[in-house]
Design a protein around this ligand. Structure first.
Ligand code: NIG
Ligand code: MN
Ligand code: MN
Length: 324
């Protein structure tokens, strides 16, 4: 269920005549094998990618399958980025966790183990999804790595709450209710902020669930650059309540013109610019522990537009995060 990334996977443009000054991500990224007996070296300022090749949750949630190819498309979209990182050992690829035989629950456990390994070795972790079922596996690793006295906050850029009942089965629509119940069972506070919620995309039942769990949210129409001061205030208030942050970016939060390659596109979603400046605010807090980008479906993408958007957001995240 786990495979390290094969050498040669990261490939792209080479500006050989420019020597070191022509360096790109595919030439600088280091491969990390989490199946090895030995623990990976601790890396203070390093960012590590880990793929979750899974859309079983999307299938169970009646969505359009294809997010299993997300990690591969994201790597390709990031490969030729110019290298502007200060440290030569700032960027790692820790391979992929796979979902086999539709066994989502086991795949999430395996993802949790790898996330735990990365976090406990102080890597700044970025999970490349996968459907939004990525979030529950991601959380299992955060839970293992986080000291009991540290309060976790979850910020989800998403058109959807993903707080559906998992009584029948977990899916891509249930991860944050699974997390909420687990945190409450463990006497932890569930601090959840959703940014970009579409009223039409969430039933009254979901708004009621959000209210009963104390989840906070901003509706998509309010997620505007001209509203930045109010959004920053809300974000700062949320971040002040917690010690560390898990940020999830569901690409269906963005307008379909920017992000057509998702299971549930949004005709009037948010503009990428507002997400970018809020992400900058989050990283500046120094509280970001781990992040994921989910729901990229390359089979539905148009000229890799969604993959390029996700990759570009990750470029800026890595650039800033590797310096805080
Ligand atoms: N990951 C979550 N997906 C949405 C799908 C909505 C839709 O297909 O319209 C949800 O369950 O709410
Ligand atoms: Mn989602
Ligand atoms: Mn969504």
């Amino acid at each position: 269920m786990y495979k390290p990334t094969a050498p040669g996977t990261w490939k792209g443009r080479v500006d050989a005549a420019d020597g070191d000054e022509g360096k790109r991500w595919h030439q600088g990224i280091k491969l990390l094998d989490l199946s090895a007996e030995t623990e990976p070296a601790t890396a203070e300022q390093a960012v590590a990618f880990l793929g979750f090749c899974c859309d079983e949750g999307v299938r169970r949630n009646q969505g359009r399958e294809g997010a299993v190819q997300g990690p591969s498309a994201l790597r390709q979209a990031m490969a030729s980025f110019a290298w502007h990182l200060e440290d030569d050992t700032a960027l790692f690829d820790a391979g992929d966790v796979f979902c086999t035989n539709q066994n989502l629950e086991e795949a999430q456990k395996q993802l949790g183990k790898k996330v735990h390994t990365l976090l406990s070795n102080t890597y700044k972790t970025i999970i490349l999804g996968g459907g939004h079922e990525t979030a529950y596996g991601h959380y299992l690793g955060i839970k293992q790595a986080l000291p009991a006295d540290k309060q976790l906050g979850i910020i989800n850029f998403d058109a959807h709450f993903d707080l559906r009942s998992y009584e029948k089965q977990p899916s891509s629509g249930t991860p944050f209710l699974q997390i909420a119940d687990d945190m409450i069972d463990n006497n932890q506070e569930f601090n959840y902020l959703c940014l970009g919620i579409q009223q039409y995309g969430n039933t009254q039942k979901l708004f009621n669930t959000a209210a009963s769990y104390g989840a906070d949210y901003v509706l998509a129409p309010a997620m505007q650059v001209y509203n930045f001061e109010a959004l920053r205030e809300k974000l700062q208030q949320f971040m002040a309540l917690v010690d560390v942050l898990y940020v999830s970016i569901d690409l269906d939060v963005f307008t379909a013109a920017y992000a057509p390659g998702v299971s549930a596109p949004a005709a009037l979603g948010i503009h990428p610019e507002i997400a970018l400046i809020l992400l900058q605010e989050i990283i500046s807090s120094g509280k970001l522990l781990t992040l994921d980008v989910v729901e990229l479906n390359p089979a539905l993408d148009v000229d890799n537009r969604t993959a390029r958007l996700a990759a570009t957001l990750l470029y800026h995240v890595v650039q800033q995060w590797s310096q805080v």
